[in-house]
Ligand binder design. Structure first.
Ligand code: ADP
Ligand code: MG
Ligand code: MG
Length: 221
């Protein structure tokens, strides 16, 4: 099961890649309203590097599997390092570090059960809050991320099956990302032109909700 889970993690990054390529222009337009317009480009650069690194780590894990187990954690950590290295920008640093934390929490040896996956999501969220120091309502990706993490761990604790729990959390995350349109940015490059962003959702929250939605079936499948 564990080797298959490393492949599932690489597939999750692949799904993120497809959806970020599709959304590149739209994310750039969102970021151009009060930010510097590079969010689509940065996310694509990051996820392209992450997908390549994940594929390479998956091959290594397969070669070493007899002695060392499966490598899901290594796949995600390698993807995160490459993402942070190549994306540029605030969001790239945060996504990269968070993916590594997610991988370190899942570990290499077995496919995570629902509680393990919830711990991984919590580690992802903690890392972003720790590094970026944004709070709820600052109009950042945190506004889509914390609702996801909270909804997922609550649903898991209630015994909801992981695939469904992830789907419900992703819906809450998407609604929360939309709702950032009413907020003024208090962190990041959009802050100096904060008023201009009223009525437009935060680019980083939008991409986060989108990516989490498409990764779900791979992580929970
Ligand atoms: P940059 O702002 O460096 O050009 P991006 O355009 O790729 O980087 O990403 C912008 C997004 O990063 C914002 O929409 C916001 O969601 C997120 N962001 C900015 N600052 C922070 C922060 N301190 N904590 C969390 N997220 C942040
Ligand atoms: Mg930007
Ligand atoms: Mg920039």
């Amino acid at each position: 099961a564990s080797r298959a889970y490393a492949a599932a993690c690489a597939a999750a990054i692949g799904a993120a890649r497809t959806s970020l390529h599709d959304a590149e222009e739209r994310l750039g337009r969102l970021d151009a309203i009060a930010g510097d317009g590079d969010h689509g480009r940065g996310m694509v650069r990051g996820v392209d590097a992450a997908a390549e690194a994940a594929a390479a780590a998956l091959e290594q894990a397969a070669a070493a599997a007899l002695e060392q187990g499966a490598g899901a954690g290594d796949v995600l950590a390698a993807a995160g390092d490459a993402w942070a290295d190549k994306a540029g920008g605030t969001s790239g640093v945060l996504w990269g570090a968070a993916l590594r934390a997610f991988g370190e929490t899942l570990g290499n040896s077995t496919a995570p059960g629902a509680p393990g996956l919830a711990a991984g999501v919590a580690a992802f969220a903690d890392r972003i809050v720790q590094l970026g120091k944004a709070e709820t309502g600052d109009k950042t990706m945190v506004d889509a991320l914390l609702p996801f993490a909270t909804a997922f761990s609550r649903a898991v604790a209630e015994g909801v099956e992981p695939g469904r729990a992830w789907q419900e959390a992703a819906q809450e995350s998407a609604a929360a990302a939309e709702a950032t349109a009413d907020l003024l940015p208090l962190k990041g490059r959009a802050r100096p032109l904060a008023e201009k962003s009223l009525g437009t959702p935060d680019p980083g929250a939008t991409s986060l909700a989108m990516v989490f939605a498409v990764m779900g079936p791979h992580f929970t499948g």
